[in-house]
Write a protein that binds this ligand. Structure first.
Ligand SMILES: Nc1ncnc2c1ncn2[C@@H]1O[C@H](COP(=O)(O)OP(=O)(O)OP(=O)(O)O)[C@@H](O)[C@H]1O
Ligand SMILES: Cc1ncsc1CCO
Ligand SMILES: [Mg+2]
Length: 269
């Protein structure tokens, strides 16, 4: 059921509930992602053995799958976990890291898309690649702007039935008919590795505790909290190293005040 995003109330629900988020993520993101989820007030778990991912997914409030450092065993585990989430109705978030870079990543992402992710969260190059089903992008960093891919994001959401979040200098979240822009953040966020991957976990925590199962509103709230934390943390940082610490501290201490001002509804289709 649709509702308006209410980032302050949604953040409070995440902290009250402390949802368990199971993450099959890349080797670079494991620790930063777990730290961000702990600072937020959620409970992270990491594990990627094919033999146990369905069981771990069954325990979790939501699952994330990130294809950043793929290998055959991990790809099997990702498929297994996504299938378990789909079968049990557990929300899950796909992070298609560098999907345009290689045919291998495109194949893995294609198989995962068939398991109907609740949310797809990526940068503009990744969302463009998924929408086009053809290669683009140099690697894990975006070479596009969110605005340039807004139409493709809406089309991808309509094609897949997933909520699509495109993040970068500005963020856009859409389910096709509805869309919100999210403002804030800071360029230093792109100078610390895996903060996008960690955001995928934050989105999962909000979707796990979403009011009325509204994944669009929950994702918009997650993005607003993240952008606010990044912007405020940058005021105290003198570079990427100190920013990483300030970002965790700011997310930990974030209050709901003024967060809704970061959201702007886009014209419906
Ligand atoms: N130039 C920027 N200005 C303001 N905020 C930014 C900028 N770049 C990134 N951000 C913030 O960081 C968040 C996630 O970053 P981004 O979209 O760069 O992820 P990503 O490319 O998937 O990162 P990674 O793959 O390295 O984890 C965005 O939602 C936004 O809040
Ligand atoms: C740098 C890097 N390489 C593969 S995954 C990753 C983390 C950011 O997506
Ligand atoms: Mg990324």
């Amino acid at each position: 059921m649709p509702s308006e995003p209410n980032p302050g109330a949604d953040l409070a629900r995440v902290r009250d509930t402390a949802p368990l988020i199971h993450n099959i993520t890349n080797l670079v993101a494991m620790t930063p992602m777990a730290n961000v989820l702990l600072a937020l007030g959620a409970s992270p778990a990491m594990g990627h053995a094919r033999e146990e991912v369905a069981d771990l997914t069954a325990l979790a409030g939501a699952l994330t799958v990130n294809i950043g450092t793929p290998s055959p065993h991990w790809a099997e585990a990702m498929a297994e976990a996504a299938a378990a989430a789909e079968a049990s109705g557990t929300p899950w978030v796909l992070d298609p890291v560098a999907v345009g870079a290689t045919p291998y990543r495109r194949r893995i992402a294609g198989e995962l898309l068939a398991r109907r992710p609740t949310v797809i969260r990526g940068n503009a190059s990744e969302i463009r690649s998924l929408a086009a089903e053809q290669g683009s992008g140099r690697g894990v960093d975006s070479t596009e702007s969110t605005r340039a891919v807004a139409e493709e994001a809406r089309r991808l959401a309509e094609q897949t039935g997933s909520v699509v979040a495109v993040t970068g200098e500005a963020d856009l979240v859409t389910d096709g008919p509805r869309a919100f822009w999210v403002h804030g953040g800071h360029p230093l966020m792109a100078r610390v590795t895996a903060l996008g991957c960690a955001l995928t976990g934050v989105v999962a925590a909000f979707v796990a505790t979403a009011e009325d199962d509204d994944a669009l509103a929950a994702t918009a709230s997650a993005l607003a909290c993240y952008a606010a934390a990044g912007e405020r943390a940058a005021e105290h940082a003198c570079g990427p190293g100190s920013f990483a610490g300030h970002f965790l501290d700011t997310l930990y201490g974030l209050t709901g005040e003024g967060l809704e001002a970061r959201l702007q509804a886009a014209a419906p289709r």
